[in-house]
Design a protein around this ligand. Structure first.
Ligand SMILES: [Zn+2]
Length: 124
């Protein structure tokens, strides 16, 4: 398992981009990385972004380790887990847990592969 939020980000970058950041706003693969932040600035449309933009993780302010745990629980270990139980397990409030459950259950097909890979690595 990953020890920090940053390690999760690095892993997400690897499985989503395979080494080349793609701007989620214009599709450009030309970007400048901000130092040590895992954020990028698009050289075409000048928007800044991170790997979570456009994914289920976007704008939740939840540590990615908790997201990874939630995905493993909901998709594999305990598919029927309640929002209340999930909130207890990963230490988030109920509103956050509820949002996470609905996003995980409504994952778009293109993101399903990302979830699969997160499950794989979380089980190791
Ligand atoms: Zn762009």
């Amino acid at each position: 398992m990953f020890k920090t939020h940053e390690e999760c980000l690095v892993y997400l970058e690897k499985i989503r981009w395979n080494g080349t950041p793609i701007c989620p706003y214009c599709g450009s693969d030309k970007a400048t990385m901000y130092k040590n932040e895992h954020r990028y600035r698009c050289n075409s449309c000048f928007t800044s972004y991170s790997v979570t933009v456009g994914t289920i993780f976007h704008q939740t302010h939840v540590d990615l380790r908790k997201w990874f745990q939630a995905i493993l629980l909901l998709c594999k270990l305990n598919r029927d887990i309640s929002v209340r139980k999930l909130a207890q397990e990963i230490h988030v409030n109920r509103a956050t847990a509820s949002l996470m459950v609905s996003r995980i259950r409504n994952t778009s097909p293109e993101q399903t592969e990302i979830l699969m890979k997160i499950i794989e690595i979380s089980e190791e």
